[in-house]
Design a protein around this ligand. Structure first.
Ligand SMILES: Nc1ncnc2c1ncn2[C@@H]1O[C@H](COP(=O)(O)OP(=O)(O)OP(=O)(O)O)[C@@H](O)[C@H]1O
Ligand SMILES: [Mg+2]
Length: 200
């Protein structure tokens, strides 16, 4: 895992890389990053796990962007998120089919100490896992057509509970999620081979 931050006056090649990231994320971001520059442009290009603090437009909240070249990088991010979560937290996962939402959830679960195998809950909407530091409520709302389907299974109680809710396709139910939701967006890079992840 490589951690690199770059200064505003950083190498033009770095700016090009960052701007590429922002474009492929479809975000209207001002591409500058904070902190001192560590490492050359070449080492940045070859780094596989890059937290990049960024300021987006008028938004003051800092987001971090990660380049997830390998599944191991995704698992590293899952470990990091698992270390940060508190009872009652909600992690909202956004991203296309197959981009890695379940893979990230599996890593979060493993690092919460859940030993049970995490499966894709697509056909069940919700799978619950106990035995870890926090209960995990893993939702996949891809096939939810009406909000009532969620409330029938006690969605609000899970949101208000002391576990961790991880919700795949959360953008489909954005209006139902609490203000403190942690949004994690996974996207393909411009070449369609690597994943870029923005954590808000
Ligand atoms: N860097 C990576 N991060 C995550 N998954 C990766 C990576 N590289 C390869 N993969 C593979 O890509 C696939 C991602 O599938 P996964 O089920 O996690 O996606 P998903 O976003 O949950 O899909 P769906 O929208 O169908 O629920 C897995 O087979 C995984 O092994
Ligand atoms: Mg999935």
């Amino acid at each position: 895992m490589t951690r690199i931050t770059a200064g505003r006056e950083s190498h033009p090649a770095l700016k090009q890389i960052y701007n590429g990231y922002y474009t492929s994320l479809g975000q209207d971001c001002q591409g500058y990053v904070c902190g001192p520059l560590h490492g050359s442009a070449a080492s940045l290009r070859s780094a596989s796990f890059l937290p990049i603090p960024q300021r987006c437009g008028s938004m003051t909240k800092m987001k971090k962007t990660y380049l997830l070249k390998t599944e191991e990088d995704t698992r590293s991010l899952g470990k990091q998120l698992a270390g940060e979560v508190r009872p009652g937290d909600v992690i909202a996962l956004i991203g296309d089919l197959g981009v890695g939402k379940t893979t990230l959830t599996k890593a979060i679960a493993a690092h919460l100490g859940i030993e049970e195998e995490i499966t894709s809950p697509t056909f069940t909407i919700l799978s619950q896992y106990e035995g870890g530091r926090l209960p995990l409520y893993h939702f996949d709302v891809y096939r939810v057509h009406e909000e009532d389907e969620l409330f029938e299974i006690g969605f609000q109680e899970y949101l208000d509970g002391d576990g961790l809710c991880v919700i795949e396709w959360a953008d489909l139910i954005e209006g139902l999620l609490p203000a403190g939701t942690r949004w994690v967006r996974l996207a393909w890079d411009a070449t369609g081979t690597e994943r870029i992840c923005t954590v808000g």
